[in-house]
Ligand binder design. Sequence first.
Ligand SMILES: NC(=O)c1ccc[n+]([C@@H]2O[C@H](COP(=O)([O-])OP(=O)(O)OC[C@H]3O[C@@H](n4cnc5c(N)ncnc54)[C@H](O)[C@@H]3O)[C@@H](O)[C@H]2O)c1
Length: 253
Amino acid sequence: MSAPTSRTAIVTGSARGIGAATARRLAADGFAVAVLDLDEAACKPVVEEIEAAGGKALAVGVDVSDEQSAGAAVQRVADELGAPTVLVNNAGITRDNLLFKMSVADWDSVLNVHLRGSFLMSRATQKYMTEAKWGRIVNLSSTSALGNRGQANYSAAKAGMQGFTKTLAIELGKFGVTVNAIAPGFIETDMTAATAERLGVSFEQFREAAAKQIPVGRTGRPEDIANTVSFLVGEGAGFVSGQVIYVAGGPTD
Ligand SMILES: NC(=O)c1ccc[n+]([C@@H]2O[C@H](COP(=O)([O-])OP(=O)(O)OC[C@H]3O[C@@H](n4cnc5c(N)ncnc54)[C@H](O)[C@@H]3O)[C@@H](O)[C@H]2O)c1
């Protein structure tokens, strides 16, 4: 199955961090990229960077956990940028706490953004992929899926992303659509900076302590994940589906 000549990719949560690096990378790979995040204005700098580098992009405000908002955002991308045949479910939040202190709201909001959001975005986008008989979905899981103190909500969501990935791979494979998950380890972003702040250590200390535990001797950068997304959405990865790729600087078990 060959890909359409001009392809549109959606990257959720791409105003910053891993999502922004992925949006920039997919634009460099030749995709028209929809930069989706909660605040449309916050997506604009990423769009401007892509355009300045000669690429094509569109800023779209969305709450991926809201059915109407997700549906409207995907429709807008199809109308203004082209039928989306690549979806990167990257939007995410953390609301860490030990189980006995975790509120129902913190449980729900984490599950809603990661799992409900990925479900709603994938459901709204799959029709463009199945019509094109070509598509790629990449879901952001995490090494926290294997268990991480203080993250019962987040690790449940990230383990859920893996089951979701494998099931979509089974359902959508016959339409030329591959579905994979990337499970990053420690990546230097606002998300890990916020964790350091919560633990009362400087980001530098936090990062250095993490790097000591990582076989390649450093923490990850958003581009490490963007490179892996680039591989998975490319033509060469058409026989890779239903996989969880740990991108963590070493083995994880
Ligand atoms: N940073 C890490 O070490 C790490 C490790 C493993 C997995 N991840 C995962 O990678 C993804 C990106 O993480 P990051 O570190 O770049 O985080 P980040 O906090 O820097 O960026 C996440 C983005 O998602 C957006 N977002 C949050 N809720 C949203 C919603 N309801 N609708 C639309 N957008 C929403 C935020 O506004 C933000 O721009 C997340 O899914 C995260 O769980 C990160």
